[in-house]
Design a protein around this ligand. Structure first.
Ligand code: ZN
Length: 134
């Protein structure tokens, strides 16, 4: 498969307004976009660092997988996302090599990306996302 770089790291936070000042005032990054992804019941805040982004994820509902993640494990790194060319082929290839897929078909994510997740049981506990610009 054709991975080019780490597109972003997803970090689960309870509250964007409380988390953003750390990235801006301590690390000196700039939040350039806040976007709600209704589909996933999250609000996301984005920072850029080179080719890689930091994506903060705040649950907008207790049903959100992010809410459940925080409940079980606390705030922290939630997933790693690789930029891929040919996301459908990458998924097919992963599946063929025995990786369990959360998303058999790619779906719409934030920032105009097409995304799909691999199951952490197949990836040494790291929830892994593929994403490709739509
Ligand atoms: Zn992500």
């Amino acid at each position: 498969m054709n991975l080019s770089h780490i597109e972003h790291l997803g970090i689960a936070v309870r509250n964007l307004q409380e988390a953003i000042p750390y990235y801006e005032n301590v690390l000196g990054l700039k939040c350039y976009n806040i976007e709600e992804v209704a589909d996933q019941k999250v609000r996301t805040a984005f920072f850029k660092l080179g080719d890689t982004k930091i994506e903060l994820l705040e649950p907008t509902s207790e049903e959100s997988t992010i809410a459940k993640f925080i409940e079980n494990r606390g705030e922290g790194v939630h997933h790693i996302a690789f930029a891929v060319r040919g996301i459908e082929q990458a998924l097919a290839e992963a599946e063929e090599k025995g990786v369990r897929l959360i998303d058999k078909t790619p779906r719409a994510g934030a920032e105009g990306m097409t995304i799909a997740f691999l199951h952490p049981k197949s990836t040494q506990g790291v929830l892994t996302e593929f994403c490709e610009k739509r």
